[in-house]
Design a protein around this ligand. Structure first.
Ligand code: IVH
Length: 680
C-alpha cells in the first residue's frame, strides 16, 4: 500500500519549508518563524514519515542522526589537499606579507593597494563537505591535509549544515569551513559534565573536536556544534567565481553559512585596521577566534602567487597574542578582602600573557584549588582574557616535581592573626578580625572612598595604606577627622596635596543615600541593591527601623541580603560609625519615597552608558536615570532597553548593534532626563 499523493505532497512541502527556515536562521541570521513553530513542523514530518516509511529520504531533516555507531572512521582522501596557513604575530609581519605579495605580483610601487578578504580565524577544526547534485554525500576532517577521516554521519547532525543545497546546485561542490562550539554551549556542556562527575573539556576547540570524533552520531547530535564555511575545494559543473569574496557570496547563496564578520580591505593598513577592530569586538562574539585571516581577494592573483610547501602564498593568519601561557607557581599567598574573604593568589615566575607581563594570578578559593589540584612547585597554565584578572587555568600534571606541596588554608589571618573561619558548604574562608584587621580596614576604606561610593578624590590606595599604618584612620568616620597637619606630615605629601585631599573629603560629604549605603560595604549590597533600598525606604532612619520581613519587600532583596543588612545594622560598632559620619556632616537629600515610587516613569527599563558624555559624567547620568526608576547596568545584553553612546563608544556600542538594542545619543538622554519620559 503506497502513500497517498497528498501525504507525499505534504512531506515535500514540509521538507522545503524546514530547509528554508533553517537557511533563514543559520545563514541569513534572519529567522521568519519561532523555534517552536519549526519544531512543530518537524514533528509533523516525523509523524508522516512514521506512517509512510517509504517516503523517508536521506536528505530529510528527520534523518540527521543515523542509527548505527561505527567501530572506526573510514579514511577519506581529499580531492584537493587541505592546506594550512602561515602565521604573522606582529604588524610588521603583516606589512612584510603584503610586500611579498606585491613583489610576486610584480606590482609597481605606484600601483593601488592589494585588495584582501579579511575574516575571523575561527578556533575550531577544518572540515570538507562534498555535495553532489545538491545532496550532502561526504564530510571529512582535514587529517594530514591529504587524507582525513570520514565524519559524514556526524556532520549531518549539525543543523547549520544543509543536507540539500539551495536552488540550482552544480554537479559537485566541495565546501570547506570550520566546525566550532560557541562559548555558551561549551560552558553548558562542561557544567553538565561536571555535575555527572565526568571529565570537562579544556576549551571550546577541544570540545568541538571531541564531539566530532564520536563514533556514535547520537552523541554528536547532542553537542552544540556550528559551522562557518570559508572556501571552495573542488567543483564540477560550475565556473569558479573571480574573487574570494564572490566565492563566499556563492557559498551563501547555496545555503552554506559564512561569517558575517568578513570584510574586504585595502593593503596592509586596511588589514591592520580590521585586525584592531575585530580584536576590540572579540569578547562580544559568542564563539572563540584566535586571530584574523587575510586572503588576496582576486583568484587570478591567488593562482599566480601559488603555494609554498603546505601553505598558500596568498594568505596569512594574523594571530592575537596568546591568552594562555605556562609558568612556574612559586608560592601561594592569601589576600584579605573587604569582607575578610581570603583569596589565594599565585605568585608566579613572570610570563607574558596576551601582551602583558603577569606575575600574580588568582586561584579564587580553596575549592578551586582542590578541583584543579594545584600545588606549589607546579607548572601551571595562566589565562588572561580581555580585562579580567589573570587566573590559573590548570596544572600541567606531567611536569609536576616530586616535591610539589599542597596548598594549605592558614588557620589564622596572615595580616591580623585572628582566626580564619570557613563556614560549612561555603567555598570562602574569612578572617574573623573584622575592623580590627588592618587588611579589612584598608579594603573597606578603599571601597568607601571609591568613585562609585563617596568618591573622595585623592584618597587612593597609597594614602589609605599610609593613614591606616600611621594609626590615623581605622573606620570611615575617622577620615573626616583628618587634619592638615596629620596629612602634610605623611611621606610624599606636602601642604598643597594635604589641602587637596581635605577639600575632596569636604566635597564628598554631599552625597546620595544610595551611594552612602553602597559605601558602607555591607556584604551582598552592591550598587543596584543600595539604590533600590534608598528608593524604597527614602531615608536611612526608615531603613534602620525596618524588620527582616520589611527589608524583603524591596525588589531583588531576598532572605540572604536581608540577613546581611539586619546583621550589619544590629552591630553597635556599625551604628556608631554611621552616626559619627552623620555628625561629621555626611548628608544626602531626602527622598520622598511614596511620591518617588509613583513618579518613576522609567521603571522596568535597563540602560547601559558607554563612551564619554559632554554635559555630565557617566555616574551622574546613571544616578539621574536611577532616580527615574531605571536600572543602570555595565554590560549589554538582550535585556538591555537602551544603550546611551557618548563620544568614543567602543565594544558596548558594537554589541548593542549586534543584538539590535536601540542606541541613543547624549541629546536624547538629556531629553529623557528633562522630560522624564522616553522620546517618541
Ligand atoms: S582558510 C589555504 N580561513 O586555520 C587556506 N582557515 O591554520 C586554508 N581557519 O586549517 C584555510 N578560520 O582550520 C581559513 N577564515 C578561515 C579560517 C581558517 C580558521 C583554520 C583552518 C585551517 C587553519 C590553518
Amino acid at each position: 500500500m503506497g502513500a497517498p499523493p497528498d501525504a507525499l505532497a505534504r512531506v515535500e512541502s514540509l521538507r522545503q519549508q524546514l530547509a528554508l527556515h533553517n537557511y533563514r536562521y543559520y545563514v541569513l541570521d534572519d529567522p521568519l518563524i519561532s523555534d517552536a513553530e519549526w519544531d512543530q513542523m518537524l514533528r509533523e514530518l516525523i509523524d508522516l514519515e512514521h506512517h509512510y516509511p517509504e517516503l523517508i529520504s536521506a536528505d530529510s531533516p528527520t534523518q540527521r542522526v543515523g542509527a548505527t555507531p561505527s567501530d572506526e572512521f573510514a579514511s577519506a582522501r581529499h580531492r584537493v589537499p587541505m592546506l594550512s596557513l602561515d602565521n604573522a604575530f606582529s604588524d610588521e609581519e603583516v606589512r612584510a606579507f603584503d610586500r611579498r605579495v606585491r613583489e610576486r605580483l610584480e606590482l609597481a610601487d605606484t600601483a593601488p593597494a592589494v585588495r584582501y578578504s579579511a575574516e575571523p580565524k575561527l578556533d575550531g577544526l577544518a572540515i570538507s563537505v562534498i555535495y553532489e547534485k545538491g545532496q550532502l554525500v561526504r564530510a571529512a576532517t582535514r587529517g594530514d591535509g591529504t587524507v582525513g577521516e570520514d565524519v559524514t554521519a556526524n556532520i549531518r547532525t549539525i543543523r547549520a549544515v544543509p543536507l540539500r543545497l539551495n536552488g540550482h546546485a552544480p554537479a559537485l561542490i566541495e565546501a570547506r569551513g570550520e566546525v566550532f562550539m560557541p562559548r555558551a554551549g561549551f560552558e553548558q556542556l562542561n557544567r553538565q559534565a561536571a555535575e555527572r562527575g565526568e571529565k570537562v573539556f579544556a576549551n571550546p576547540r577541544n570540545a568541538a573536536a571531541g564531539s566530532l570524533r564520536q563514533l556514535d552520531p547520537r552523541v554528536t547530535a547532542k553537542r552544540p556544534l556550528e559551522i562557518f564555511f570559508y572556501a571552495l575545494g573542488s567543483v564540477e559543473g560550475m565556473t569558479f567565481p573571480v574573487s574570494h569574496s564572490e566565492t563566499l557570496s556563492a557559498l551563501k547563496e547555496l545555503g552554506l553559512r559564512v561569517s558575517p564578520e568578513t570584510a574586504q580591505v585595502e593593503g596592509a593598513e586596511g588589514c591592520l585596521q580590521y585586525f584592531a577592530s575585530l580584536q576590540r569586538r572579540r569578547a562580544t562574539l559568542d564563539y572563540e577566534i584566535d586571530g584574523v585571516v587575510y586572503k588576496v581577494d582576486s583568484l587570478v592573483s591567488q593562482s599566480r602567487l601559488g603555494f609554498l610547501s603546505r601553505a598558500p602564498r596568498w594568505a596569512i593568519a594574523h594571530k592575537f597574542p596568546a591568552e594562555e601561557a605556562t609558568t612556574l607557581l612559586r608560592e601561594v599567598e592569601f589576600q584579605v578582602g573587604r569582607t575578610g574573604a581570603l583569596t589565594p593568589v599565585a605568585r608566579l615566575t613572570p610570563v607574558v600573557v596576551g601582551g602583558v607581563t603577569v606575575s600574580n594570578a588568582t586561584l579564587h578559593n580553596m575549592d578551586e584549588i582542590e578541583r584543579k589540584d594545584v600545588r606549589i612547585g607546579d607548572t601551571v597554565v595562566v589565562r588572561r582574557a580581555g580585562d579580567v584578572i589573570p587566573e590559573v587555568a590548570r596544572v600541567v600534571i606531567s611536569r609536576r616535581p616530586s616535591d610539589a606541596q599542597a596548598v594549605r588554608l592558614p588557620s589564622h589571618c596572615p595580616v591580623c592573626g585572628a582566626a580564619v573561619r570557613r563556614e560549612p558548604d561555603a567555598a570562602v574562608a574569612r578572617c574573623t578580625g573584622e575592623f580590627s584587621c588592618k587588611a579589612q580596614r584598608k579594603e573597606r576604606l578603599r571601597h568607601f572612598a571609591a568613585r562609585r561610593a563617596l568618591d573622595i578624590e585623592g584618597l587612593g590606595d597609597k594614602l589609605i595604606e599610609q593613614v591606616v599604618d600611621a594609626g590615623l584612620v581605622a573606620t570611615p568616620a575617622d577620615i573626616f577627622t583628618l587634619t592638615r597637619g596629620q596629612l602634610a606630615a605623611l611621606e610624599r605629601m606636602g601642604e598643597k596635596s594635604a589641602d587637596n585631599v581635605l577639600s575632596a573629603i569636604e566635597r564628598s560629604k554631599e552625597t546620595t543615600l544610595a551611594r552612602f549605603l553602597f559605601a558602607l560595604g555591607i556584604r551582598e549590597v552592591g550598587e543596584a541593591t543600595a539604590a533600590a533600598l534608598a528608593q524604597h525606604f527614602g531615608s536611612l532612619e526608615a531603613l534602620l527601623g525596618a524588620s527582616f520581613e520589611q527589608v524583603q519587600q524591596v525588589p531583588d532583596v531576598g532572605p540572604v541580603v536581608a540577613a546581611q543588612l539586619t546583621d550589619f545594622f544590629a552591630r553597635d560598632e556599625n551604628r556608631r560609625v554611621i552616626s559619627q559620619l552623620q555628625q561629621a556632616g555626611v548628608r544626602w537629600p531626602r527622598i520622598d519615597s511614596r511620591s518617588a515610587q509613583m513618579d518613576q516613569p522609567l521603571t522596568g527599563l535597563t540602560f547601559v552608558l558607554t563612551g564619554s558624555l559632554e554635559s555630565m559624567s557617566r555616574d551622574q547620568a546613571e544616578d539621574r536615570l536611577r532616580a527615574l526608576g531605571a536600572r543602570a547596568s555595565g554590560s549589554v545584553s538582550k535585556k538591555t532597553s537602551y544603550v546611551i553612546a557618548g563620544a568614543d563608544a567602543g565594544s558596548k556600542l558594537a554589541k548593542a548593534e549586534a543584538l539590535g538594542v536601540p542606541v541613543l545619543d547624549e541629546a536624547a538622554l538629556i531629553e529623557i532626563l528633562d522630560q522624564r519620559r522616553l522620546p517618541n
